[in-house]
Design a protein around this ligand. Sequence first.
Ligand code: SF4
Ligand code: SF4
Ligand code: FES
Length: 258
Amino acid sequence: MLHALCGGEEDFMEGEKKERQDLVPIFIMGKRYEVPSSLTIQKAMEYAGYQLIRGCGCRGGICGACGTVYRFPGSYKIEVGLACQTIVQPNMYLTQLPFFPATKSVYDIEKAKPTIDTLVRAYPELLRCLQCNTCTKSCPMDIQVMDYIAAGMRGDIARLAELSFDCVMCGLCASRCPAELCQYNIAILGRRLYGKYIAPRAEHMASMVKRIEEGQYEKMLKELMSTDEETLKKLYTGREIEPEQAGEDWTPQDKTYL
Ligand code: SF4
Ligand code: SF4
Ligand code: FES
């Protein structure tokens, strides 16, 4: 028996139809699933029924835990991306690298010098780089990985630190390096050396630390610690928030807690 659809049913059917049209096939570790085309890989995996207990951290493109490798049928190219940032595409064959083993040297940054010797002593394989650029092509953050490695080989710590600044340590570069470098751990040593020995001192930070050490905030902290929860909530929600477009020299009008 036929019956006319009422408005609500029509909307529902339209919604269902649209959702069906928006589904795309993807392959997770070899198994086919249909998932909404607007989802990130990470959300698509959850939609498909996976519970992410590894290879998933910040979900915001910061922690590097979700390095993912994928390929399309008939394509020679290995593609890479962060699962929390990359939107699914039809017929992606994908797999995640929840962890990639890496060499990690132990060093005492207080005794290290910002020189090529320090880098090479900690990571002798640095000098094996073949300049093949595979690492740069593997980086989901579009970092010039080969160039920062080249800077390290020249002992240019400042350039190494600058070029590697956005690294999220996902490990994808190291997973494909034919010379078996662990680029991101070399880079983090470079940034530590830069921060400790080369970057100009932050005077405002030194003066703030001094004020803390002198106990300027002790009284205020004790008061806050003895304040009831409701008052704390009010203080928190009522606080003056830095505007998004604020200039470098912005400070709140209320200086009680400064
Ligand atoms: S993948 Fe390895 S060998 Fe190739 S450029 Fe990068 S660090 Fe060098
Ligand atoms: S440099 Fe390597 S570890 Fe860092 S984000 Fe790029 S691929 Fe990941
Ligand atoms: S979950 Fe942190 S970068 Fe993707």
